[in-house]
Design a protein around this ligand. Structure first.
Ligand SMILES: [Fe+2]
Length: 293
C-alpha cells in the first residue's frame, strides 16, 4: 500500500511530534518519495565504526539477566560487532527468517509514511550515527537505536507479525484521527515494553535495550511502576520523552501483543476517549503491580 499523499517526502525534514523544536537531522533531499534512501555505508568513517562498536559492546555486556532471551539470541544476527552493519547484509538473514527487511531513512519520518512501511514489512532504520558526545544519550533515534534496539526482535515470527499489524492499524488510525492513542501502544510496547518470564522480568523494548541506563532501571529499580499490559489502560496513559519511564507495561508473551491488536480498534478509541487520561507513574486502585525483577 502506498503512503497517502501528505506523507510523501518533499525533500525537507518532516514535522513530527514529541521530539522538540528542532527539525530532525538527516538529508531528506536525497530520499525517495516514501522516505527511504541509500545507506551510503562507505561514508561511515573509521571513528564512526569504532563508536558504533563501543555502543554495541556496552549494551551487549548488560543484556544477561535484563534483556529477554529472544533479543539476546538474535543480536548476533546483526553481524560483526566492530562496525556499523551493512543493511543489505542484515537483510540476507532477516528476509528468510520473517520476510521483514530493513530500509534506510534520513531520520524521523511522518507517521503515515512510517505506518505504510511497517505494513509492508519494511522497518525504517536511520542511516546516521550519533556524535561521540552523544554516547550516553541522543534525542532522536540514530542507526544504533534503530538497528540494535529494534531489529533483533524482527527475527521473532510473532513479534514480526505484531509489527506489521501495528503498521496496518496505524494507517487506519490516521483516518480515524487516533494516531496519538496508537502511538502510546508503540511507546509502551515496541519502545519500552517488559515481558514476564519464568526467570523474572526482562526488557524487550528498543528504547530500553539501546539505552545505557534504562535497561537496569526498567527491570531492577524499585522506582517505576510496572503494571500488566491492558490495551485501554495503556492508551489512556501519558508518557514522558525526556526521562526514564515511570510506568512500564508488562506482557506475558509476544502472542499477547498480537492478540490484543487483532480486533478493530475503532470502538476501543471511542471508549478510551470517554475516560480520563492517566498520568505517567500513576497506579489505579486495585491494580496489580510487578515487583522489580
Ligand atoms: Fe525506536
Amino acid at each position: 500500500m502506498n503512503a497517502p499523499a501528505k506523507a510523501l517526502n518533499q525533500g525537507v525534514a518532516p514535522v513530527t511530534y514529541g521530539v522538540g523544536d528542532r527539525p530532525p537531522r538527516g538529508d531528506y533531499a536525497s530520499a525517495a518519495s516514501d522516505y527511504t534512501c541509500a545507506q551510503r555505508w562507505d561514508q561511515y568513517t573509521p571513528e564512526q565504526h569504532a563508536l558504533y562498536a563501543r555502543l554495541h559492546q556496552r549494551q551487549t555486556a548488560q543484556l544477561p539477566g535484563l534483556a529477554c532471551d529472544e533479543f539476546i539470541q538474535a543480536v548476533q544476527q546483526l553481524g560483526p560487532a566492530d562496525r556499523v552493519p551493512r543493511f543489505d547484509d542484515v537483510n540476507e538473514r532477516l528476509v528468510p527468517a520473517t520476510r521483514w527487511q530493513i530500509v534506510a531513512v534520513p531520520g524521523l519520518i511522518p507517521e503515515e509514511a512510517f505506518f505504510a512501511l511497517l505494513a509492508r514489512r519494511k522497518f525504517p532504520v536511520t542511516e546516521w550515527l550519533r556524535k561521540p558526545e552523544e554516547f550516553d544519550y541522543v534525542v532522536e533515534p540514530d542507526v544504533f537505536h534503530d538497528l540494535y534496539g529494534h531489529v533483533p526482535l524482527l527475527f521473532n515470527p510473532t513479534f514480526a507479525d505484531y509489527m506489521q499489524a501495528y503498521g496496518e492499524g496505524g494507517l487506519k488510525a490516521s483516518r480515524l484521527d487516533a494516531c496519538e492513542l496508537l502511538a502510546r501502544l508503540y511507546w509502551y510496547t515496541v519502545e519500552f515494553g517488559l515481558i514476564d518470564t519464568p526467570q523474572g522480568l526482562r526488557a524487550y523494548g528498543a528504547g530500553i535495550l539501546s539505552s545505557a541506563g534504562e535497561l537496569r532501571h526498567s527491570v531492577r529499580s524499585p522506582q517505576p511502576r510496572r503494571v500488566a499490559f491492558d490495551l485501554q489502560r495503556l492508551m489512556r496513559t501519558r508518557y514522558k520523552i525526556d526521562a526514564f519511564q515511570s510506568t512500564y507495561f508488562v506482557i506475558d508473551a509476544f502472542q499477547q501483543l498480537f492478540d490484543a491488536t487483532a480486533p478493530d480498534f475503532t470502538p476501543v478509541y471511542a471508549e478510551v476517549r470517554g475516560k480520563p487520561q492517566i498520568e505517567a507513574g500513576a497506579v489505579l486502585p486495585g491494580e496489580r503491580e510487578f515487583a522489580a525483577g
